[in-house]
Design a protein around this ligand. Sequence first.
Ligand code: PAF
Length: 282
Amino acid sequence: MNHPPIVLRTISDLRANTASWHSEGLTVGMIPTMGALHDGHLALVAEARRRVDRIVATIFVNPAQFAPTEDFGAYPRTEASDVAKLAALGVEAVFVPTAQEMYPVGHATTISLAGPALGLETDFRPHFFTGVATVVGKLLIGGFPDIAMFGEKDYQQLLVVRQMVADLHLPTEIVGLPTVRETDGLALSSRNAYLSPEERRTAASLPEVLNETAAAIRAGGNAGEACRAGLAKLKSVGFRPDYLELRNALTLAAPTPGDAGPLRLLVAAWLGKTRLIDNIAV
Ligand code: PAF
């Protein structure tokens, strides 16, 4: 039977807790989340368990990464069951700050980004990565973990965080793990809970189109044509796509002719009121 995790609510407690583990010579892994934990998050915990001595998961629905028109209010908040899931995996600490703790009145500093933050998500959610990078930066500086774990489902986010950590010389290794999927291929996401049963059935077309498009490109087809065909198929089954694009997997720049790769195919599309994202290696 695992001990329940210590619940930390302030940055100073987060910092003191990690400092005390480090002073004992223990390594520390952080798993930043917005809660509503699913098996994708739990896979991050399991991998962290293999790599470090102590784990701190963070649960914070970060207002700075939502535009006023987005689902900040509706985002699922399930702290008690999240903490129970983390306890079952032996996570030692959970950081659950308030918005006031993370963004006290007068907070005025954000992280400004370029490189992998340009395009794709930023074209449709211009506020998003500044909000993500600012909160992840604050969490990493708050806890100074040795590693921090992120899922490849949010591939652009993973590259943005890696770039930010490198540029700010933060002493944390960013570990990215493969997307965990349902049996029909849909990537696990806390937002899948918004889908009606009918939308949930249609949602399986998103990974299907990604796979078909990637296969066409791998077979030597023209990437632009393959993406246009994929977008048409998504529309025909009821999606409103934001983008389906092939990018350089390391920089997220548009691939140049003869780009030696690696390449990544990324998609974002609305189904009813739910926006889904996914990506695969090509
Ligand atoms: O991927 C998420 O859940 C969030 O964007 C993150 C990294 C926890 C920052 O709020």
